[in-house]
Design a protein around this ligand. Structure first.
Ligand code: MSP
Length: 469
């Protein structure tokens, strides 16, 4: 079986999981399930990013040791992913001693190869982003536009630097040749334009921060949290003893962290002679009231809220349908309610229920529903290939579900009986499990329920998507 290594960013533990994190994790889970269903040996990883100033400060505020604090929040992420039926293969925590040791080894190699030097860093730093701010990152008040103004601080330290500038032309060439694919196109162009503006070397250590991985040749400094966090994708295959996983086949992320994944990360790998990931899928933001949803802005919706209202599969569906591809998506409960009722309760749920009732009456038995006979529609495949989960769903609803609704209205099977009724339903009862198979990566439990309900003697079932109260 061909391997397929897929990753999500590892989330900061200063924040409880909200539907922004959930979006990326659900998308990656959908993609991993799709690949598994299509016969790949997919390996899907996620996890938590637990070092750095931001986490240290959050722990202090909570009156806890950072490790204790990270233990608690990492557990919340695991619980959220369990709630949403996320089937990850490995959950990395950056405080894992194996990860720390391997990250130190990587840094040592970088240094031995001559890609590290010591220098003074002076400039503005955003604790929220955990990043040095360049001119183009600043708003009109010389602050980070994504976080609270007090999170932009001035820093002056003697640090170790990575010779990033020596590798950026090579990175650029690989992006241009699509050997290191960045999708969608808007993000690819954005990163190329930014490389054109010139790239400086980056500081990869901290002098005054103790909550981090010590620099192996100078224990008075700790690794810059981003460098160590990016390495999770590289340490995992070694931690789980699956070296053949390398390199990642698809890395999913939000657009605010594209610079790290699209430039710094491949440059680090080129510097030590490692293969690069095949590609990145970079989505845009969920926005609420015109602002990016984030803890710092206090406008979050959490996944539990959605699951309580729409169920697990309902939530997965709504997130996939709102996929912010190249533009941001405006999300909110009013829109989710509308989609849930139209697509799930009245659309899929109603179709499955009314056909099952008629099929039971006609005593129909579906003999052909052997697993092997199910296939992804060519359109489902092509939309998955370009990460258009929203279009894959639109296709299934508009071309498949609606088509069956139309056929039923035309044939009026409720006026038929006996053989005539069986005939009127025969193609419909075989198509419904086929639709379910195509929806399985999105709605794993519901799709399986439909497939079971439509195997053998078809029976009426429980309502798949209860009406909203
Ligand atoms: N710890 C870093 C990532 C290190 S990866 C080596 C980090 N963590 S984070 O907790 O801030 O998560 C950022 C990611 O969460 C985004 O890239 C995106 O995948 C997801 N999202 C967070 N808020 C989001 C929205 N409002 N909308 C869409 N996705 C969002 O950055």
């Amino acid at each position: 079986m061909e391997k397929f290594y897929i990753t999500t960013p590892i989330y900061y533990v200063n924040d409880l999981p909200h539907i922004g994190h959930t979006l990326t994790t659900v998308l990656a889970d959908i993609f991993a399930r799709y690949k598994k269903q299509a016969g790949f040996d997919a390996y899907f990883t996620t996890g938590t990013d637990e070092h750095g100033l931001k986490i240290k400060q959050a722990a202090e505020k909570a009156g806890k040791h950072p490790q204790e604090f990270a233990d608690e929040v990492a557990l919340e992420f695991k619980k959220a992913w369990q709630l949403l039926d996320i089937q990850y293969d490995y959950f990395i925590r950056t405080t894992n001693p194996k990860h720390k040791g391997l990250a130190q080894h990587f840094l040592g190699v970088l240094r031995d190869l001559g890609h590290i030097y010591k220098d003074i860093y002076e400039g503005l730093y955003c604790v929220g982003c955990e990043k040095f701010l360049t001119e183009s990152d600043l708003n009109e008040n010389n602050r980070c536009p994504l976080h609270k103004p007090e999170q932009t601080i001035h820093q002056k330290e003697e640090n170790y630097f990575f010779k990033l500038s020596e590798f950026t032309q090579k990175v650029k060439q690989l992006i241009v040749e699509d050997k290191f694919k960045i999708e969608p196109l808007e993000r690819r162009s954005e990163i190329l334009a930014r490389i054109e503006q010139g790239v400086e070397d980056i500081s990869i250590s901290r002098e005054k921060l103790d909550w981090g991985v010590p620099i192996p040749w100078d224990k008075s400094q700790t690794s810059y949290v981003w460098v160590e966090a990016l390495l999770n994708y590289w340490t995992i295959p070694q931690i789980v003893d699956k070296p053949n996983l390398w390199p990642p086949d698809l890395q999913t992320l939000g657009k605010e962290i594209l610079w790290f994944h699209g430039v710094i990360w491949p440059a680090m790998l080129l510097a030590v002679g490692e293969k690069l990931p095949q590609g990145l899928f970079v989505h845009s933001f969920f926005m609420i009231d015109g602002k990016k949803m984030s803890k710092s802005l206090g406008n979050v919706i959490n996944p539990q809220q959605l699951v309580e209202r729409y169920g697990v599969d309902g939530t997965r569906y709504l997130l996939a349908k709102s996929l912010p591809y190249s533009d941001d998506s405006y999300v909110g409960l009013a829109k989710f309610d509308e989609w849930y009722t139209a697509d799930l309760a009245n659309g899929l749920g109603n179709l499955v229920a009314r056909v099952a009732t008629l099929a039971e009456k006609a005593g129909i038995e579906n003999k052909t529903n052997k697993r092997k006979q199910f296939k992804f529609y060519p359109e489902t495949k092509s939309y998955f290939d370009i990460y258009r989960f929203d279009l894959a769903l639109a296709f299934i609803w508009e071309k498949k579900i609606r088509e069956l609704d139309r056929l039923i209205d035309k044939r009026q099977p409720w006026n038929l009986a006996g053989e005539k009724l069986q005939e009127a339903l025969s193609d419909i009862v075989t198509e419904i499990p086929q639709i379910a198979y195509n929806l399985k990566p999105f709605l794993p439990a519901t799709a399986q329920e439909i497939i079971n309900q439509y195997s053998g003697k078809i029976k009426k079932g429980e309502s798949l998507f209860p009406r909203l109260k």
